[in-house]
Design a protein. Structure first.
Length: 294
């Protein structure tokens, strides 16, 4: 049985853009799409006081309007919706456990920061064991594609690159699996980015050349089984000396999707997104997939 793509809605422009992206992803995957809206109810039954029942009415309207909008735009997608009467983060984490991936709207970085009603999306991503994709309000079908040429409609042209960041010091099976599958579903090139840093004692010169060669060999070895599994995916390897977050932010400027990993830490260390994922979620304009891994 296919897991659904799940999208969390809160009525914002960001969450509506996320719902559109999630519908297109469900089409690419041949999966159903489930819309959820979480709210903390006063009780299971409707209140006799209109002011107390307003959140329940608003929740129903958010889901109903989104269902109508998506049904008109993507009639091929099997849609379902559900109100979740529990705290948003808990509800979204639970919904994601049964999903192929969770899609959320994300706001652009500001001095205050925050995503999806403040910190809900960040807190959710930090607790997930399934992939999550965060989508900006200005994301459109045409934005996923290369600029139109030769009379081709913008939403019908080839996809831009899928970009994935890899760390050869840690297992990243789930991250690469998601990235290769995403590229294959789009018939898009996959750019694999690895940033390496020399030991502090090394200066410029021969040591840097050795470090570059070692890093390239490590990435080649890491990707070999994936090339055999996805021979149809065009892979572009980018290995550079630099900081991972800075390199990914620069490379993902023209991507249709950025894939980053998030290490699952023991509970005693608390939930976190990690510095690279945190930077990507705040600053990258394209959709960002965060894939948990051991």
């Amino acid at each position: 049985m296919l897991r659904p793509v799940v999208v969390g809605l809160d009525g914002s422009r960001e969450s509506l853009a996320a719902a559109d992206w999630a519908a297109r992803e469900a089409l690419r995957r041949g999966a159903p799409l489930r819309l959820v809206h979480a709210w903390e109810a006063m009780g299971k039954e409707p209140s006799t006081l209109p002011e107390l029942d307003a959140p329940r009415h608003w929740a129903r309207r958010i889901l109903r309007d989104a269902m109508d909008r998506l049904d008109e735009r993507y009639p091929q997608v099997h849609l379902s919706s559900e109100q979740l009467a529990r705290p948003p983060v808990d509800a979204l984490v639970a919904a994601a456990e049964e999903a192929e991936l969770l899609v959320l709207g994300s706001r652009a970085f500001s001095g205050v920061g925050g995503f999806l009603a403040g910190s809900v999306a960040l807190a959710t991503v930090a607790r997930l064991t399934r992939p999550a994709v965060l989508v900006r309000a200005d994301e459109t079908p045409a934005g996923e594609r290369e600029p139109a040429t030769g009379g081709v409609a913008p939403e019908r042209g080839p996809y831009r690159e899928v970009v994935v960041g890899v760390d050869t010091d840690h297992r990243c099976h789930d991250v690469l699996a998601f990235a290769y599958e995403s590229a294959a579903l789009r018939s898009a090139p996959l750019r694999v980015v690895h940033a390496w840093r020399p030991p502090g004692a090394l200066g410029p010169g021969a040591e840097d050349l050795i470090g570059q060669e070692d890093a390239e060999q490590a990435v080649t070895s890491l990707l070999r089984p994936w090339g055999e599994r996805f021979p149809e995916v065009e892979v572009r390897v980018q290995v550079q000396n630099g900081r991972p977050a800075e390199l990914l932010l620069h490379t993902a400027r023209d991507a249709c999707l950025l894939v980053v990993g998030r290490r699952i830490r023991p509970a005693r260390l608390g939930t976190h997104t990690g510095p690279v994922a945190h930077a990507a979620l705040h600053h990258v304009r394209c959709p960002v997939a965060v894939v948990p891994h051991e």
